[in-house]
Design a protein around this ligand. Structure first.
Ligand SMILES: Cc1cc2nc3c(=O)[nH]c(=O)nc-3n(C[C@H](O)[C@H](O)[C@H](O)COP(=O)(O)OP(=O)(O)OC[C@H]3O[C@@H](n4cnc5c(N)ncnc54)[C@H](O)[C@@H]3O)c2cc1C
Length: 531
C-alpha cells in the first residue's frame, strides 16, 4: 500500500512497539485523566482539563508526518490561522446558515468534510476544524426553574433533549424542563462512537432503528444545524462458516424489514475497504460480510446541541449543573416532582433519561429495573492520511473501527463484563482491542493512540431499550440504551413524546417495561454492534 512506501519519519514509532512494556505510562494517563473524551460544555463551563500525554511535547515540536514525509501542521489547527470568536450571546448568524455553508464549502461528496478537515484547509480565515467546533447559539432561559412544569426530564443527554424537542415541536407541550447534573451531552451522548445503523437482530428493532436512521438523514434540514451526518455503509465481517451463516441470515431478515443489507463476498469487501487484510492475519480469514448500505455517522455533541437549541427556541427550559437528588411523592405514592439544590420542582410527569445512573433514580420511585451499568471504552489514533470509507465491525474478533472527520481512526469493542460505574480506561482494554484491530488492519500498527475515554452504559437484560410509563404513576423511563442508544435518539425522542401526548406510539409499544412481567422480552444481542 502507498503508505508503506512513504518516507518514514525517524521519530514516528509504530503503535505495537509503543504499547510493549508501557503499562506504567498508560496507568499514569488513566490516573490523571478521569475523562478524556472530547466533549465541551456549550457555555464553556465544565470543560475537562486538558490532558498532557507523556509524549505530547514530542508531538507538538515535531508536528507529525505528512504524506510522503512532508511535515504538516497538526490537523486540528492551521498555522497562522486566527481562532474565530466563539458564538456569543445574541443571534448566531453562523449557525443560521450552517448546513448550507457546510455544503457549499465541502460539496455533497461523502467523506468530503473529512478530507478537507484533515489537511486543515482554511475558509475565509477560519480553520475547518475550528468551524466544526464552533458552538451553536443556545438561547438559555434566564433565572431558576419555575416551581411547576407539565413535564420534568432528568438528564440532558440526547434522549432527554430529543424528547423535550419533540414534545414542543410536534405536540405543542412547551411547559417542559430538562435538568442535567453536569453540562448537556456530558454523559454517553458526548462519548460515543457515533455509529448509526438499523441492521438489528429482531424485526421490531429493525423497524424502530430504521425510522431513527431515516430521521437522522433529515435532521440537518429539520433543525437547520449541521450535525456532520455522513452515510458510509457498514461491513460486518464473518470469519467462520457459522458466523457467515449468521450474517447471511441477518442480511435476509434486515432486507425483509426495510434495512438495506446484502451479503457480500471477500472480493467485494476488499473493493469497499482496501485496507482490510482479508486473510485476517492468517488466523481469521474473512469468509464474507453483511453490508448495511445506510450505515452512517454524525457528530455526537452537535446532535445534542441541535436538539437543545430546538427545544429552547420552542420554549422548553434546559438547566445545566442542576442535579436531581430525589423525587417527591404524593400520599398515593405517585411521583409528583423532583428535588434539586435549587428547590423542589413539581411536575405532571417525571421522565428519567439519565443513562448509566438509571438504577439510582428508578430506586427513588421504587421501580426495580432489569438493568446493570457497565463501562464501555473507546479510543482514537492520530490521523490516518488515507481515506477509510466504511464502518467495519468484526463478528468474531468483536471490535469495530471507522474514521472520524479529522481522519483519526476510532476503535471500540464490547463493554466491560463486570458491572461498574468506573469512567477510566484500562491498559488491558487498549492492548486487547489494538491487537484485534491490527490483525485485521495492519496499517493501524503504525498509528498511535491519541485519546481514550469511557462511558457508563445502562444495559438491559435483553439488550433492548425500555421506554414509557412504569409501575409508579407519574414516573416514566427512557433507558436500556446500553452501548447502542445514540442511533436511537430521534426515533425514541419522537415516539416517547407521542406516547406522552397521545397515549399511543406503535414503534415503541414492544419496548415497555411491562414486557418483562409478560415474559415478552425483546432479546437482541446484535444491539451491541459487535455481534
Ligand atoms: C464509548 C461509547 C461508545 C458508544 N458508541 C455508540 C455508537 O456508536 N452508536 C450508538 O448508537 N450508541 C453508542 N453508544 C451508546 C450511546 O452513547 C448511549 O446509549 C446514549 O448516548 C444514551 O443517551 P442518554 O441521553 O440516554 O444518556 P446520556 O447521554 O448518558 O445522558 C444522561 C445525562 O443524565 C445526566 N444525569 C445523570 N444523573 C442525573 C441526575 N441525578 N440529575 C440530573 N442529571 C443527571 C448526566 O449528566 C447525563 O448528561 C456508545 C456509548 C459509549 C460509552
Amino acid at each position: 500500500m502507498a503508505h508503506h512506501r512513504r518516507a518514514r519519519c525517524p521519530r514516528r514509532r509504530p503503535l505495537a512497539r509503543w504499547l510493549r512494556g508501557r503499562a506504567h505510562l498508560a496507568r499514569r494517563c488513566v490516573r490523571h485523566l478521569p475523562h478524556c473524551g472530547r466533549v465541551h460544555a456549550p457555555d464553556g463551563a465544565g470543560r475537562p482539563p486538558r490532558h498532557r500525554h507523556p509524549r505530547a511535547r514530542l508531538r507538538r515540536s515535531h508536528g507529525g508526518c505528512g504524506p510522503r514525509g512532508v511535515a504538516r501542521p497538526a490537523p486540528h489547527r492551521v498555522a497562522g490561522a486566527q481562532r474565530p470568536a466563539r458564538a456569543g450571546p445574541g443571534p448566531d448568524r453562523r449557525c443560521a446558515s450552517e448546513v448550507g455553508a457546510a455544503r457549499r464549502w465541502f460539496g455533497a461528496v461523502p467523506g468530503g468534510v473529512r478530507r478537507e478537515a484533515r489537511v486543515g484547509r482554511t475558509v475565509g480565515g477560519t480553520a475547518v476544524n475550528e468551524f466544526v467546533e464552533t458552538l451553536l447559539d443556545l438561547p438559555w432561559q434566564v433565572g431558576d426553574p419555575k416551581p411547576v412544569y407539565d413535564v420534568v426530564i432528568i438528564g440532558g443527554g440526547g434522549h432527554g433533549l430529543a424528547t423535550a424537542y419533540y414534545l414542543a415541536t410536534r405536540h405543542g407541550i412547551t411547559n417542559v424542563c430538562v435538568l442535567d447534573a453536569n453540562f448537556i451531552g456530558s454523559g454517553n451522548s458526548g462519548r460515543n462512537t457515533t455509529i448509526i445503523r438499523s441492521n438489528y437482530g429482531i424485526p421490531e428493532s429493525v423497524h424502530f432503528y430504521q425510522r431513527s436512521l431515516e430521521m437522522y438523514q433529515q435532521l440537518e434540514d429539520e433543525t437547520g444545524c449541521w450535525i456532520m451526518h455522513t452515510t458510509k455503509g457498514q461491513i460486518w465481517t464473518a470469519h467462520s462458516v457459522m458466523t457467515a451463516r449468521t450474517e447471511q441470515t441477518r442480511a435476509l431478515m434486515n432486507a425483509a424489514c426495510g434495512a438495506k443489507t446484502d451479503y457480500i463476498g471477500p472480493d467485494e469487501i476488499k473493493r469497499l475497504c482496501p485496507q482490510m487484510d482479508i486473510t485476517g492475519g492468517g488466523r481469521y480469514p474473512v469468509h464474507g460480510a453483511s453490508y448495511h448500505h445506510e450505515g452512517a455517522t454524525a457528530r455526537h455533541d452537535r446532535v445534542v446541541w441541535a436538539y437543545a437549541q430546538g427545544a429552547l427556541r420552542h420554549g422548553a427550559h434546559v438547566f445545566q449543573h442542576t442535579p436531581v437528588t430525589g423525587l417527591t411523592r404524593g400520599a398515593d405514592g405517585r411521583v409528583t416532582g423532583v428535588v434539586t439544590p435549587k428547590g423542589n420542582i413539581a411536575a405532571g410527569t417525571v421522565i428519567s433519561a439519565v443513562g448509566g445512573h438509571v438504577s439510582t433514580v428508578a430506586g427513588w420511585a421504587d421501580v426495580r429495573l432489569p438493568i446493570r451499568t457497565h463501562a464501555l471504552q473507546a479510543f482514537v489514533t492520530n490521523a490516518y492520511a488515507q481515506e477509510f470509507a466504511p464502518i467495519v465491525s468484526s463478528n468474531d474478533l468483536v471490535f469495530y473501527v471507522s474514521q472520524t472527520p479529522r481522519g483519526q481512526m476510532l476503535i471500540g469493542a464490547e463493554y466491560d463484563r463486570f458491572a461498574s460505574y468506573r469512567q477510566t480506561t484500562t491498559f488491558s482494554y487498549l492492548q486487547a482491542c489494538s491487537k484485534k484491530a491490527v490483525t485485521m488492519f495492519p496499517f493501524l500498527g503504525k498509528l498511535r493512540i491519541l485519546r481514550s475515554w469511557t462511558g457508563i452504559c445502562d444495559v438491559s437484560t435483553d439488550f433492548s431499550p425500555i421506554l414509557g410509563p412504569t409501575t409508579t404513576d407519574g414516573f416514566w423511563l427512557s433507558t436500556g440504551w446500553g452501548t447502542w442508544g445514540f442511533k436511537a435518539i430521534p426515533a425514541a425522542g419522537s415516539q416517547l413524546a407521542q406516547l406522552l401526548a397521545t397515549g399511543s406510539a406503535p414503534l415503541i409499544e414492544p419496548f415497555g417495561l411491562d414486557r418483562f412481567a409478560r415474559e415478552a422480552a425483546m432479546a437482541d444481542p446484535s444491539s451491541a454492534g459487535t455481534r
